[in-house]
Every structure is written in C-alpha cells, then in structure tokens.
Ligand binder design. Sequence first.
Ligand code: GLY
Length: 355
Amino acid sequence: MLNITVNASRKYDVVIGEGLMESAGRMVRGVSSARKVCVICDTTTRDLFSETVIGSLAGAGFDTHLLIFAPGEQTKSMSNLSRILEYLADRHFTRTDLLVALGGGVIGDLTGFAAACYLRGINFVQMPTTLLSAVDASVGGKTAVNLKAGKNLAGAFHQPAIVLFDTNAMESLPEEQFKEGLSEIIKCGVIGDKDLFEYVAYKEAPRINDFVEMTAERAIIVKRDLVEQDEYDVGPRKLLNFGHTMGHAVELCSGYEIPHGHAVAMGMLAACKASYRKGWSNEDCAIPVWQTLERYGIDPKCPFDADELASAALKDKKRSGTKISLVVPLQIGEGALMDIDVEELPEFFRLGLEG
Ligand code: GLY
C-alpha cells in the first residue's frame, strides 16, 4: 500500500493499494467521526463495487445510504446536484456527516461539489474506480457540474478527506478506459517526471497492479506538487493542462465522441511538434511521445484541421482576455507555460498537425 500526503488548504492522504474497498470502513473511520455516510455511484459502480464498500462502511459503524445515477457526462448536472442536496436534507445529514464518491470523474466531480455546497461544506471521500479519475480528477479538489454553456462552469475547490484508490478496480476497467488514464500518466511524465515517462515508454511490469501502483503514484506526486504550489489554479497548476487546449477542442469538434484521454493524447503530440518547430523545446519530444502512445495502442492522429480546432478552442468560456496560456515541453520531464496572442493559436495548431 502506498500513501501520498497532499498539503493543500486541508491535508489529506491519497492511498493506493489492492483491496481498499474491503477496508474502506476502517480507513474512512480514521478520518471521519460521521454517523451517516451517503455513497454516491453510477449503475456500473453500483453493480461492481457498492455491496463491498457499503458492507465495509456499515461494519465500521456508519449508517449507510446509497444514491445511484446513470453513467455518463450528462449526470454532471445542476438537477442532479439538487437531487443530492435534497436527498441529504430529507435524511437529516448534518455538517459532520460524509459523502463517498464511488466512481470515475463524473461521480467524483458531482459528489465533491455537492459536499462543497451542502450546509456550506461537508467532508467527502474520493474512491476512484477508473485510472483517469485516480490520477487526475480525484486529487486536487476541483469539483464541478456542467452548465448549458459548457463543461465544469459551476463548481468549487473542495479537497477530499481522503482518496482511496483500490487498484483491483482496474481488473474490470475496459481497455479503452485504461488508455484514457495512461494518457494522463504520460502527460505527468512529460511535464514533470522523466523517470515516470521512461518507465511507461520502455519498461514492462510483471503484474498490471504493479504497473498501475507505480505509475499512478508518480503521476499523483507530479500533480500533488503542483497543487501544493498553486491550489487555486492561477499559476503552475496550469501545467496540468498539457495537451488540453487542443484536447478540449477535439472533444468539442467530435461532439464528445472522442473521449478526453484520447483527445489529450492528440493535443500532447501536437503541442510537442509545434513547440519544437517554434524553437521553444530543447529536444523533439514528439518522437518519444508518439512512440509511447503507439506502444499502448493510443492513436494520436487528429481528424480535424487547425482552423476548426482553433475556433472551437477560442469558444472556451473560461478563457480570459486576448492571451492564451499553452503548455509545452522544454524536454521530457519539464513543462513550461507560454503565453501567446489568441490570433497565433491557429498557426500553433497548424505547426502541431503538419507531417
Ligand atoms: N485536471 C487539472 C487540474 O486538476 O488542475
């Protein structure tokens, strides 16, 4: 079992290991004196994991409740936020009671935001069941729901009380979803940990759980270090957006048919190429990044052109002013932020997509 401590506005542990669902009750009891716990999941994680987690929490003396949503991005809505808040109020949850997010990023973001809002803030636990949510969404305290105008436009920074990543959950994770997480792990290697990148690029682990433990730990440490420097995402935390400016545009252009991790892979490769061609990078990172994505069957060929992507990227409601911050690799293991004028974005994408 591995333990990573995050020292943000609240201090908490990210625990990685096999069988953490079975020991969830004891581990959650270690950080909470709650009487009631509401486990929030989707129908997939209900079928796979809820019995084990609820049983363990009940065994540790918690009065357990279960709230279930449909899987998918559309679940991250204001109406579902309201459903959770009304559910908690109807059952007289108090400020010392607790929510547990049992699922991927959608469930984690929705549950976290409900925890941030209910009674002006109660504790919650993240139990990520996808590799992507384990290495990204469940750590760092970003919580949100989507509005009609765009994704994640209503939310709060609200750090969890503990994150429990049971690597046994990877056994039931579909291969395509596993690749989504790998893409974010590769991202962390490129922006902040050369050894992690090289491990993913060249090494074999005897067991998938060993590979997941090792790579997730190092990716979370990269994220942890940035969150500790810049919890509210006004400076270095933006490095975590490597591949995301184009990645979000790819998602939008595809009507969200191309999933996040895959879109980010396209964005990372393009950012590497464009940055090298502009003379910002000290080495051509596109070659090792492309080879690593290939190694895991992640196809980084982008089906959209630079103009389509730039116009989608510039619709991003969270962009401010006439500048846009791009993340580029100086070399493998070291990312940097580059501010460009928004008019320069199509050219940057063009350089990233050419040959
Ligand atoms: N997913 C990027 C961040 O947490 O800042």
